[in-house]
Design a protein around this ligand. Structure first.
Ligand SMILES: Cc1ncc(COP(=O)(O)O)c(C=O)c1O
Length: 507
């Protein structure tokens, strides 16, 4: 029976909890996370290891957290910071006064995915006459394009990438453009392998067809220009390339701002116009939204502004140099281990490797690295490309590189000794035969339990000693092997169900 006077549950405490106790709870919960700092986590986080930067960003965030980007006339501070971020991104990416793209404009979004969705929306809505619009992307393009296509009901034409270069053939990209195509996209670089697409050729083909060309520089847009200044052979990919109509760059990646900030740039305001949503046909305020969110916190924008102002051009150049040195060191470590090979020679800030014939089981290797405190990202095999291990390298990794090589060699030896994961016969048969539609919640719950993916919450792991997170197995090789054996549609369904099991109210 619920006590009506004490109805708290989960985050809602019954009587209010003292601030220091609440903070202690947050810190206790955070203790179970992967380490965001220290250069041992090679995905999800971007750490420059600059003393005081976190504190500065947090202070700036606090100043503007309650400011609302809904109305730029009410909060001119936010408009000013947003315009300053757009100018900075435009300048870094070859636009602005004195360049061949003097009229670049942009918007600050919440992240790369939102920037890409809006690039697709702008392209789609520039062509209301197209009843069945399409976009062309390389197979290596970020999954957010597929999400954009799905949300916006735009068809996705996927051009394969070469297993050798991991890039699309520009001629194949050109050939994929149809009368209904509203956008051609490419990456600088791709997330999975860190290679830069042939932007100049692709943009030229798009321009010939009269179609927009978006360069997804969400990941690399803030490092490639600095790597070029350091003498690296970075191919043209920005607004200096004719035919490039829009570019996205995430400030919460290599601009090292706290999460929640990306910039979507267009070559001119006409190209940007169809990105906006306006609505006056209701009794409330007229809604004019350049981005998907309407109410927007000023916190992330102020934090990004403070980060850019503080680090400055010279700071980013130094961070790019440190990152480049780390990439060189990690790639050398991979080359030095028998049984591994680089998927591509690093040309940005990704080191990606796979196993050679007779090499270790990659998923076991990932577990062995985890056991040694190195958190890497396994990537499943896909369309003729082998499974691989992805390392997003940031400046914080540089002081760790010397430790990585011996641990990698050690982990490979352990993975070889353990041998490859063998899927139990019933699971292997299931992965091969199951269709996504045949997956019932009961079947998934059974599978999850069999794989050690907790269906039961951990007692005492939540605030107030309640239950919260479901446990994950320490070793993920079995799960990854099962997913690797499944076709993409089944991977999606399985993971949707698994994540659904994790996301449930912490009563
Ligand atoms: C190339 C690229 N594009 C888009 C995205 C999506 O960015 P976000 O996770 O900020 O939505 C990423 C994220 O890693 C990326 O690497």
């Amino acid at each position: 029976m619920i006590d009506e006077d004490r109805i708290g549950a989960g985050a809602l405490s019954a009587d209010g909890v003292a601030a220091d106790v609440v903070l202690a709870e947050v810190r206790q919960l955070r203790a179970g996370d992967r380490p965001t700092h220290g250069g041992r986590l090679f995905a999800y986080v971007y750490d420059p290891a600059v003393p005081g930067l976190d504190e500065l960003a947090a202070a700036a965030h606090r100043e503007s957290a309650h400011v609302n980007g809904l109305d730029p006339t009410a909060f001119p501070s936010l408009l000013a910071m947003e315009n300053a971020l757009v100018a900075a991104a435009g300048r870094v990416l070859g636009g602005g006064p004195g360049t061949t793209a003097p009229d670049v404009v942009g918007s600050v979004t919440s992240g790369g995915t939102e920037s890409l969705i809006l690039a697709v929306k702008a392209a789609r809505d520039a062509h209301p006459e197209q009843v069945a619009p399409r976009i062309v992307v390389p197979a290596s393009a970020h999954a957010a394009f597929a999400k954009a296509a799905h949300y916006l009901r735009v068809a996705l034409d996927v051009v394969p990438v070469s297993p050798d270069t991991l890039r699309p053939d520009p001629a194949a990209m050109a050939a994929a453009i149809r009368p209904e195509t509203v956008l051609v996209a490419c990456s600088a670089p791709s997330y999975a392998h860190g290679v830069v697409d042939p932007v100049a050729e692709i943009a030229a083909a798009a321009a010939r067809a009269g179609v927009r060309c978006h360069v997804d520089a969400c990941f690399g847009g803030w490092t490639l220009p600095y790597l070029r200044r350091l003498g690296e052979p970075v191919p043209p990919f920005d607004f200096a390339v004719p035919g490039v109509t829009s570019i996205s760059v995430d400030l919460h990646k290599y601009a090292y701002a706290p999460k929640g900030v990306s910039v979507l740039l267009h070559r001119d305001a006409t190209l940007r116009a169809p990105q906006y949503f306006a609505y006056a046909d209701w009794p409330g305020y007229t809604m004019i939204n350049p981005v998907i969110a309407s109410t927007r916190s000023g916190g992330p924008i102020a934090a990004a502004y403070a980060t850019l102002r503080h680090l400055g051009d010279v700071g980013y150049l130094a961070l790019a140099e440190r990152t480049r040195d780390a990439v060189v060191g990690l790639a050398a470590a991979v080359r030095g281990v028998d049984g591994l090979r680089l998927m591509a020679e690093p040309e940005s800030t990704v080191v990606c490797f796979t196993a050679t014939e007779g090499g270790p089981d990659l998923f076991v290797l990932v577990d062995e690295l985890t056991a040694r405190g190195w958190y890497t990202q396994p990537q499943l095999s896909y369309a003729g490309l082998p499974a691989s291990v992805h390392l997003t390298v940031t400046a914080a990794v540089a002081p760790r590189v010397a430790e990585f090589g011996p641990d990698l060699a050690d982990a490979v030896a352990a993975a070889r000794a353990a041998g490859p994961v063998r899927l139990p016969a019933d699971l292997a048969a299931l992965a091969g035969a199951l269709t996504p539609d045949a997956l019932t919640p009961e079947l998934v719950a059974g599978l999850a339990a069999g794989l050690g993916l907790g269906a039961e919450p951990v007692e005492g792991s939540g605030p107030d000693g309640g239950s919260t997170a479901a446990p994950l197995p320490e070793r993920m090789a079995l799960v990854n092997t099962l997913l690797d054996a499944a076709p993409p549609a089944l991977r999606e369904r399985l993971l949707v169900e698994f994540v659904g099991l994790l996301q449930r109210p912490a009563w």
